[in-house]
Design a protein around this ligand. Structure first.
Ligand code: KIV
Length: 284
């Protein structure tokens, strides 16, 4: 079993130009598959609202949802670096609220780090959480919790003016004391620039590369989330089709009497068949 990686491993990986592999997971079985595959980090993203709870955005996701899913993931992947995602409403009010909720992730779900969305506007939040001794990852570019103000799930930093905002956000995240940064849906030129400019590891989801590692959402990459697939996703499996076909086959087997078969029965204890039949007869 590979040793669980920590912050210093990720710093060294950046120094050595080694790519970090990172996926989301939300429950025990998925987390155990991720760990078995030797992936470096797991994000228990608030994308769980869309991928597993059926919401059409991440906004309704609560602290309780996130903590409960983080706990399941931790049980499934005890030897993998797990990051919890601060849901909308858990850090918007004040630095104190942010610290209080971040602490819950570490105490109740035993995560290794937490992530929150935003750059300049959450600088004091990141600083407060980092000063309280927690590993914080920033998340800039397309930030799904603000997809309303951003005009939808849209790529960011595509022109010089908006790229400037992304750079300012990146600088703010590092200045505030985050240990890592995630950039989402920005052009590769900008991702590469930020990864070189910052001394902390810079990871990408939909930001191309090169940078220090890549994240994908499990529901997208294994073909489980059906509503839409972002342009930046590479689909490695069609789990939805596999599962639907399994259910269809089961339904067919039951309807035609093919299931259950001999091999699925429990047998009456050997030598007791006659006695058993007689007992049943008593109840006829
Ligand atoms: O919630 C999540 O999975 C995320 C990704 C979109 C980066 O924050």
């Amino acid at each position: 079993m590979a040793k669980k990686k920590g912050r210093l491993d990720f710093v060294n990986m950046k120094k050595n130009g080694e790519q970090v592999t990172w996926v989301t997971a939300y429950d025990f079985p998925m987390a155990s598959f991720v760990e078995a595959a030797g992936i470096d980090m797991i994000l228990v993203g608030d994308s769980l609202g869309m991928i597993t709870l059926g919401y059409d955005s991440t906004i309704p996701v609560t602290m309780e949802d996130c903590i409960s899913h983080c706990k399941a993931v931790r049980r499934g992947a005890p030897n993998t670096f797990v990051m919890g995602d601060m849901p909308f409403g858990s850090y918007q009010k004040s630095d104190e609220q942010a610290v209080e909720n971040a602490v819950r992730f570490f105490k109740e779900a035993n995560v290794d780090a937490i992530k929150l969305e935003g750059g300049v506007r959450v600088e004091s939040r990141i600083k407060a959480m980092a000063d309280a001794g927690m590993l914080v990852c920033g998340h800039i570019g397309l930030t799904p919790q603000s997809s309303g103000p951003l005009g939808g799930f849209k790529a960011q930093g595509l022109d010089p003016e908006s790229a400037r905002y992304v750079i300012e956000d990146a600088l703010a995240v590092e200045r505030a004391g985050a240990y890592a940064l995630l950039v989402e849906a920005i052009p590769p030129e900008l991702t590469q620039f930020i990864a070189k400019k910052l001394s902390i590891p810079v990871y990408s989801i939909g930001g191309g590369g090169p940078c220090d590692g890549q994240l994908l959402i499990c529901g997208d990459m294994i073909g489980m989330f059906q509503a839409f697939t972002p342009k930046f996703v590479k689909v490695y499996a069609n789990v939805a089709e596999t599962i639907t076909n399994a259910f269809k086959e089961f339904a067919g087997d039951v309807r035609t009497g093919k299931f259950p078969g001999e091999e699925h029965f429990y047998r009456v204890r050997k030598g007791m068949e006659e006695e058993y039949a007689a007992m049943l007869k008593e109840y006829e």
